[in-house]
Design a protein around this ligand. Sequence first.
Ligand SMILES: NC(=O)c1ccc[n+]([C@@H]2O[C@H](COP(=O)([O-])OP(=O)(O)OC[C@H]3O[C@@H](n4cnc5c(N)ncnc54)[C@H](O)[C@@H]3O)[C@@H](O)[C@H]2O)c1
Length: 341
Amino acid sequence: MKTYFGSIQKHSFEINNLLDHKNIYMVFDENTLEYLNAFERIITKNFKYLVIPSGEENKTLDNVNKIWGFLNLNHAKRGDFLLIIGGGMTGDMAGFAASTFKRGMKFILFPSTLLSMVDSSIGGKTGFNYNFIKNNIGTLAFPEAVFYDINFLKTLPKNHMISGLSEVYKHSIIGDPTLWNYLKSNPKEFDYNYIIERSYNLKSQIVAIDPNENNIRKKLNFGHTVGHAIESFYLNKKQPLLHGFAIAKGMIIESFIAKKEKILNDDDFQEIRNILTKYFSSYIDFKIKTEYLMKLMKFDKKNTSKKINFSLPSSIGEVSINHEIELKKVESYLLEFFQND
Ligand SMILES: NC(=O)c1ccc[n+]([C@@H]2O[C@H](COP(=O)([O-])OP(=O)(O)OC[C@H]3O[C@@H](n4cnc5c(N)ncnc54)[C@H](O)[C@@H]3O)[C@@H](O)[C@H]2O)c1
């Protein structure tokens, strides 16, 4: 897999080089379609494209089916390329469609949100939501190339920028205290090239060692055991909660669990909670009934019927994996957390 940092215009030679002798198909979502002209200017060959509806509620089998139909109708072959221009939702879903079409056609990601640049475009996870469960069906499939161009962020709404930052905070807590100190210093304007590259380096190093999530890749799940349950809870509401906000709340709750389990000291817990609460403030100011969260966590691929598996921070910059905690204990921690939250 190749990665390129910088504007897509700057990399037009590499893009055309990769696509040489192949048929090109593209998937945009409603909000990235505005970049069609930019691609028409860069790509020297003809291509066909499909637009899928935006939003997490559209990360469905129906839309996967639409992408398969589009590829099939246009006689796409295994060696052809699917170019995916979008955030994590589009990347995951169209990546899944490509990875299963003709047993896996090639695809290239152009992540267009902060979250997709710092997280979802790294590590090969694809998928879609099924039966109210996030990413219930998926594959592990790596793109041929990823192009990181922060110019896409110029059109990204502010709440999505803030949501994307939660995965950057996560990376800093699980393995990059220098990045944590940078975020903590609260600069007037973040240096996005810096935080994307640091996130990319951290996650790609972990994935290179453990692509199948047998051990250290589980570190990346910090905040996600509770976070995914929160996100799933909001999936069937009128207004789904952005992924990053669910994860930010999940990180605070899991840090509290780490403190209760005597893995994390109180100072570090307070620091994590204060910094995240301050940065994400009104976006994470909600409560969910413990019984709903417990029910949803039981569905998580990582859990058994009696215990829940957590990746918990042991300090800022260190996370330890495979903490299996009995359901009853988890329930009591959640009740205590929400009582004082
Ligand atoms: N594969 C992984 O490892 C992984 C990791 C983390 C999250 N995810 C998944 O990523 C998804 C969340 O990612 P996301 O926040 O990027 O969501 P998203 O793809 O839904 O994008 C968020 C919103 O921004 C719009 N958008 C995208 N690019 C834009 C641009 N440049 N300008 C203006 N608007 C733009 C989209 O249309 C959408 O409305 C979730 O489905 C989550 O499960 C996957």
